[in-house]
Write a protein that binds this ligand. Structure first.
Ligand code: AHR
Length: 835
């Protein structure tokens, strides 16, 4: 039998392609050598990556229930808040009127008040929360708000929870009488034991009588993790605690950079009392209240026992703006970075350490790693070399003990680590198994200058809003590959961590909760769940070895059929950008028109797999600010064709997208023009939602407001793209070696003398494996934990444990034993094995 041999030391020998039937006539063979331990696995290896995306904090981890609590959110489509009317997510109940004003606000950070006007009856203002206010039985809520009585109003305010159906009051509390000056009120109330469990509810501030009341900074908290005021959601904290993260990479991600300088992570505006933080425009299509600011990140680290890995704003924003090294702006950002470090790790009597202590953390945090910027490979100006060197030198001078991470390889000044990122399809992720192996030919592997790697963002893209089992298997293989190479890849974290999985609800002013397609942990107002990939990472995080062990795995390989006759729909798309497409004509190979004129006018032929589009006067545009959406049309049997169209960018960070050979919203090829922050033209292929770039990349920036003539020629597996008559892209589908059917790695826990074996079977057949353990005697009973199911299986709010690990005793461990690994499974074996 020809097999694929995988080993930490030796990779790739030979293989058998299996397309059907039993996986192999003879069992696969896994050898583990306990007598030759490899390198130590750093205790820092498993971590979390976070940013404000997919309503991660507001509407997520930050337990605040009131949405738009400072009335500063703009109505959909408006550039700024509108005065005199009800702000988004607020409504009137009972007999009253309400609208915003800017009269003598509480402070500069809270410039807008919400005025409730009463004319003798009872009425109030109601907030509908983040896709609803969660009501649960026997639960205590804490409401706080500023209020001021006007026009002779001296009555009290009632804070209550009201269900949507029947306007039923579930629980309430009443304030003392108001006065004519601003005062902060805190009320608590507890729902009765027979209260319903529902998110179809509102939080209401109401009053009776005549006059008016101004409200500011209206807040409502349910119980929080470890009962911390202004704290974090217990269900999400419990899920993360079970992952045992060593660190949290914060605060981003794109969120660190912001779309513009004004929207960067300006940490000084995100410390101190929450009612003194103004909030800012986030980069993922919604405003951030900044109730979750730098102190809350630190609270999160403290409560999970994780160290912060602090990413520092470094003078580059998502729209491509940058400042030069040595400029006054870069000097300021460098100074702010040093001060931010002092806020986190400085003594409680240092200038910024004092501020941290005032925010509730007298003890300095054990900061060991700082990262300068985020994804600065997008900065095509070359300014990162200088920006990085300036900031790194200043940090090293003041804090020589800190390890410094660059976001792309640099030559100007040596970093301690470089942050690598990868998002790809399951097949592409499986091909990364040996990425960091010594001697690997992967160009993204170990760095020539010996700089260590921080894999700061990675994830298999498949399943949305959370990964399916096929992605989880590839994620397991990928992270096993990293762990085998953790002498080089010393830390890693999956991204994004969170997604609010609530669906769009225009009637309540709610967009879809998530912007990124595939995310580790999902939740809505009432509950949370871990995806299959979450379970893999929690399983691995809970069962960590101290050292790697050499393994050799002779295993069959699974053939992936090569598409003989590529075909499919055409389409257009957008990625966080407002665009317009017009005059779209599709012509067959022989010049025959496949569309009768402008295909956009044939509205019935279009489908919109994610997000809404409008087609008026023959111009196709996405509706609203949906960050990723595409529109497909034509005939799925179309093979070779030419698509011509005109395209114009209205606003946003990227450019145009033209699709071909599309089967649905998850499987397609596309030409991304002005992708990667409006910097390049390149093709990408998506398999089951996982996108992978291929073919050459050419610099290209789309200008806003200008119409471009685009032409895409598709011939078999080759595509050519022209912009204004000039050839810009030519790419042929990559033909890859099929991935192995199964992967294995092993490690050892020195203190307990236990062996940990991880095996992933990606194939659709059970895999019999003969396991041989060298250098060990005396084996004990252990456990086998198995995650298995159908590749498309996902977890959800309704079925949180559809794919979940199952544990069973492992009783037959010996120097030589066999085990069958189920189809589509991840298995972790842990058992005593004395050396
Ligand atoms: O994880 C989602 C985004 O992917 C991050 O914000 C960014 O750093 C990367 O492009």
């Amino acid at each position: 039998m020809k097999t694929l041999r995988t080993s930490a030391a030796l990779f790739a020998a030979s293989f058998t392609l299996l397309t059907s039937g039993a996986l192999a006539a003879t069992p696969a063979k896994l050898e583990i050598d306990l007598a030759r331990p490899g390198h130590a696995i750093p205790s820092s290896f498993y971590g979390l990556m976070t940013e404000e995306i997919n309503y991660s904090y507001d509407g997520g981890l930050f337990a605040e229930l009131v949405r738009n609590r400072t009335f500063q959110d703009a109505p959909t489509g408006a550039p700024k808040p509108v005065l005199g009317v009800l702000p988004p997510h607020w409504s009137v109940v009972g007999s009253a009127q309400a609208g915003t004003n800017k009269i003598d606000p509480v402070n500069d950070a809270l410039p807008i008040n919400l005025r409730l006007t009463l004319s003798g009856g009872t009425g109030g203002v109601a907030n509908n929360g983040y896709w609803g206010i969660p009501v649960k039985p026997s639960t205590q809520y804490t409401a706080t708000f500023y209020a001021r009585g006007n026009d002779m109003f001296t009555g009290s305010v009632t804070a209550s929870l009201l269900t949507d159906s029947g306007d039923k009051t579930v629980a309430k509390a009443e304030s003392e009488p108001l006065t004519g000056v601003w005062k902060k009120y805190t009320l608590t109330f507890t729902t009765p034991a027979d209260a319903p469990t529902t998110a179809d509810a509102r939080f209401v501030l109401s009053a009776s009588g005549k006059g008016s009341i101004d409200f500011s900074f209206v807040s409502l908290f349910p119980p929080t993790y470890q009962n911390t005021p202004n704290g974090l959601r217990p269900d999400l904290m419990k899920l993360m605690a079970d992952m045992r993260p060593a660190f949290i990479r914060l605060p981003g991600g794109n969120y660190l950079e912001g779309n513009r300088f004004a929207d960067r992570f300006a940490w000084k505006k995100m410390i101190g009392p929450a009612d003194q933080r103004p909030g800012h425009a986030g980069c993922w299509s919604y405003r951030s209240s900044d109730g979750f600011g730098l102190p809350e990140y630190l609270l999160w680290c403290k409560q999970l026992g994780a160290e912060p890995v602090l990413a520092l704003f470094a003078g580059y924003t998502l729209n491509g703006d940058y400042v030069a090294a040595g400029s006054p702006e870069m000097d300021l950002y460098t100074k702010e970075a040093l001060e931010e470090i002092e806020y986190v790790m400085g003594a409680a009597d240092s200038e910024w350490g004092k501020r941290r202590a005032a925010d509730g953390f007298a003890e300095p945090f054990a900061l060991k790693y700082v990262e300068i910027g985020n994804e600065d490979f997008f900065d095509r100006s070359g300014s990162y070399e200088g920006r990085f060197a300036q900031m790194a030198k200043a940090i090293r001078q003041k804090y020589p003990q800190l390890k410094i991470i660059s976001t792309t390889p640099v030559t100007s000044y040596k970093p301690d680590l470089v942050d690598d990122h990868i998002y790809a399809s399951d097949q592409a992720m499986l091909r990364q198994w040996d990425r960091y192996d010594v001697g690997s030919t992967n160009p993204e592997g170990r760095k020539a200058d010996g700089v260590k790697v921080f894999m700061g963002e990675w994830a298999t893209q498949g399943g949305s809003p959370t990964p399916n089992l096929a992605s989880a298997l590839a994620d397991a293989v990928f992270v096993m590959g990293l762990e085998r190479n953790s002498d080089d890849v010393v830390m890693q974290c999956y991204a994004p961590l969170f997604a609010n999985v609530s669906q769009e609800d225009p009637a309540k002013g709610n967009p879809r909760g998530w912007q990124w397609p595939t995310n580790l942990i999902g939740y809505n107002a009432l509950g949370a769940f871990g995806s299959p990939s979450y379970h893999v990472l929690a399983l691995f995080g809970q069962n960590r070895g101290d050292v790697t062990l050499p393994t050799t795995f002779d295993v069959p390989q699974v053939a992936k059929p090569i598409e003989a006759n590529p075909h499919g729909l055409i389409g257009v798309g957008t990625y966080g950008t407002r665009v317009e497409y017009a005059d779209l004509v599709v012509t067959g190979k022989d010049g025959a028109k496949l569309s009768s004129g402008n295909l956009i006018k044939e509205t019935a032929k279009w489908q919109f797999p994610n997000g809404k589009w409008s087609a008026e006067d023959g111009v196709l545009r996405p509706v609203g600010n949906n960050p990723q959406t595409w529109a497909l049309a034509g005939d799925p049997t179309w093979t070779n064709y030419t698509v011509t169209l005109r395209a114009r960018k209205i606003s946003g960070n990227e450019g145009f997208i033209v699709l071909w050979h599309a089967a649905d919203g998850d499987n397609y090829r596309w030409w991304n023009i002005g992708g990667w922050g409006n910097s390049v033209s390149r093709c990408e292929v998506s398999e089951n939602g996982g996108r992978e770039p291929y073919g050459p990349s050419a610099p290209f920036t789309v200008e806003t407001g200008r119409w471009y003539d685009l032409k895409l020629e598709v011939n078999g597996s080759t595509a050519r793209g022209f912009i204004d008559g000039k050839l810009v892209m030519e790419a042929t589908d990559a033909q890859h070696q099929p991935a192995a059917a199964a992967f294995a790695s092993a490690s050892y826990i020195n203190a307990s003398g236990e062996l940990i074996v991880k095996v992933v079977n990606t194939s659709g057949k059970p895999l019999d494996v003969a396991i041989q353990l060298k250098g060990a005697h005396q084996f004990g009973t252990g456990k086998a934990i198995v995650l298995a199911g159908s590749p498309a299986a996902v977890n959800s709010i309704e079925q949180p444990n559809n794919v979940a690990p199952k544990e069973e005793p492992l009783t037959n461990a010996a120097a030589s034993f066999t085990r069958t690994f189920p189809a589509h499974s991840v298995t972790l074996l842990r058992f005593p094995a004395k050396k």
